[in-house]
Design a protein around this ligand. Structure first.
Ligand SMILES: NC(=O)C1=CN([C@@H]2O[C@H](COP(=O)(O)OP(=O)(O)OC[C@H]3O[C@@H](n4cnc5c(N)ncnc54)[C@H](O)[C@@H]3O)[C@@H](O)[C@H]2O)[C@@H](O)CC1
Ligand SMILES: [K+]
Length: 527
């Protein structure tokens, strides 16, 4: 699903105006669509209150009130400001509400009066603030938002829950907790990011008559909410006359003494993601263990240091192994030692490596964060060749960008895009509502996954899934988006069977085939 920031929506509105569709018409359509939803979720005698701010969001609410009255509904309007404070389209619609004889009054500014006034209604339409909100809520809005959040009936927010930031999904400091949000024209990213998704309730996208040309803006990199049918379209077909060579061969360079489990999980998830063959290259002393844990993978022992970690002397072997293979997954469980750092830097400087698609994760990112310049260089080289995917969690992202994890979490869309452009890579920022961005500025929100996945090894499973799709020939942007969606869905399917707490990463890996089948079935293709 296409998404648009507040600025993108404003620009679309401007283009609509230039194309002969003025905001007055958009507002009329918006209000009508809100009234439609209210009618759908109520019975004819249910009293409805429409709480209107003084901007265009309030204007939409005023139109909704009029349409509800036309439909014979019991409707009342509260205004956030004196009638003469309304301007433009909102003022014009206020005038119509007055002529329609709809009960209209200034909203109370005292908690008890607010609760008392709200109590008699079945539904309150929250038309206080939309995309025009800037900075922390000013008085008396915090009081109004709190009263709406105490209200025991149903709250329907117009465009956005009032107080929510359309772009980041942050509430400053509080926002309306809606049961429904009717979002207008294009949905906003803040409705699907956290915490915004927890405020928005059920989201309906209402078309309001924006001309198709107004929706298109070639100058803007698109934003998308990942959906199963889009992911289904990315997955390679599995023709009947295929063989294991059809589905790519992934080289996994991972693990060290005490951390061979990470390497095995990557390889297992890669096989579960449909890779034809997986070679798992680990320090020689853990090869037997890795082979025993996953008989379906080919294994290879690499030269190791006295601590059982990979050192720079493994570089030649890795280059040789990668030659006939299709993609590389590098990083999980390799540790953060100096020799291993030298290996990672060496590999990323080698021509033979940069011509292959690769996914870098975990310790590889920690090591590169010590010298982000190396990642810059590698990214540029890889970007110019076939491309690189990096999959940091917020802590790794913070180290890569030289900020704190708190900074990353406060602006996840901004940080994932910064990493993608800076390193010339497709960047995946893990955590609830994983984000994916590419160097061209496109970005996507993944809605799948659950809190049960916040455990060790889940990242290794994602790395394996990305690597497998790269090996099957997907472009890095497609491989990353499909992998995060399937990985989260596999977690959801596993949690549905066993409950979210106590989910093992290997169980999520084992649910990847079912996740793939689910998206294909949803898209009407053969699972
Ligand atoms: N622009 C357009 O062409 C269209 C806009 N539409 C609606 O218009 C909305 C955007 O309208 P506006 O740009 O007028 O903005 P809003 O109506 O979202 O908000 C503007 C009002 O909020 C107040 N405000 C801003 N920040 C505040 C804060 N932190 N605390 C308290 N008050 C604050 C401003 O003083 C102003 O009164 C959309 O969300 C949508 O509902 C629709 O009518 C469709 C067409
Ligand atoms: K609103």
């Amino acid at each position: 699903m296409r998404l648009a920031t507040a600025a993108m929506v404003r620009e679309a509105d401007g283009r609509a105006e230039a194309l002969g569709v003025p905001t007055r018409i958009l507002m009329e359509n918006a209000g009508a669509r809100v009234a439609d939803l209210v009618q759908r979720i109520t019975r004819p005698g249910d009293p409805v209150l429409v709480f209107c701010g003084r901007g265009n969001n309030g204007g939409d609410g005023l139109v909704a009130a009029r349409h509800l009255r036309d439909a014979g509904r019991r409707v009342r309007v509260w205004l956030a400001a004196a009638e003469d404070a309304y301007t433009g389209d909102a003022a014009a619609n206020l005038d119509l509400v007055r002529r329609w004889g709809i009960d209209l009054k200034l909203a109370p500014r005292e908690a008890l009066a607010l609760d008392h006034g709200l109590a008699g209604h079945r539904v309150v339409v929250d038309a206080l603030l939309g995309t025009g909100v800037t900075g922390p809520l000013r008085d008396p809005y915090p009081l109004w938002v709190a009263a709406l959040n105490r209200f025991e009936g149903t709250v329907v927010s117009v465009d956005l829950p009032s107080g929510l930031d359309a772009d980041t999904g942050q509430a400053h400091p509080e926002a309306v907790r809606a049961h429904w949000t009717v979002t207008l024209g294009l949905a906003k990213p803040g409705l699907f990011l956290l915490p915004g998704a927890e405020y928005a309730g059920r989201v309906e996208v209402a078309s309001i008559g924006l001309p198709p040309e107004a929706l298109e803006d070639p100058a803007q990199a698109p934003i998308e909410l990942l959906e199963g049918r889009d992911v289904a379209a990315l997955l390679p077909a599995r023709p009947a006359d295929s063989h294991k060579g059809t589905y790519g061969h992934l080289l996994v360079v991972a693990g060290s003494q005490g951390m061979s489990g990470a390497a095995v999980l990557v390889a297992r998830a890669a096989l579960r993601s449909g890779a034809g063959l997986v070679t798992l290259a680990v320090p020689a002393s853990v090869q037997a263990q890795a082979a025993a844990s996953l008989p379906e993978a080919l294994t290879h022992g690499l030269p190791e240091t006295s601590e059982g970690t990979l050192g720079v002397e493994a570089a030649r072997e890795v280059v040789r192994l990668l030659g006939p293979r299709d993609a590389l997954a590098l990083g999980p469980g390799i540790g953060a030692g100096r020799e291993t750092a030298a290996l990672v830097f060496e590999l990323l400087s080698r021509e033979e490596i940069v011509v292959k698609p690769c996914v870098l994760d975990a310790d590889a990112l920690t090591l590169l964060a010590r010298e982000p310049r190396r990642l810059d260089e590698a990214g540029r080289a890889l970007g110019a060749a076939l491309g690189m995917v990096i999959t940091p969690h917020p802590g790794e992202m913070a180290r890569l960008l030289g900020c704190t994890a708190g900074d990353v979490q406060a602006d996840r869309p901004g940080k994932v895009r910064e990493a993608a452009t800076r390193f010339g890579a497709v960047a995946v920022l893990k955590g609830a509502r994983t984000l994916v961005a590419d160097p061209a500025g496109r970005w996507a929100i993944n809605p799948t996954g659950n809190a049960g996945m916040a455990t060790g090894g889940m990242g290794d499973v994602l790395t394996g899934a990305v690597g497998a799709l790269l090996a099957q020939g997907l472009a890095p942007w497609d491989a990353a988006r499909a992998a995060v969606y399937l990985h989260g869905l596999a977690g959801d399917l596993a949690a549905a069977e066993r409950g979210a707490a106590g989910l093992l990463a290997s169980e999520v890996a084992d649910h990847l085939p079912a996740a793939r089948r689910r998206v294909l079935e949803e898209a009407g293709q053969d699972g």
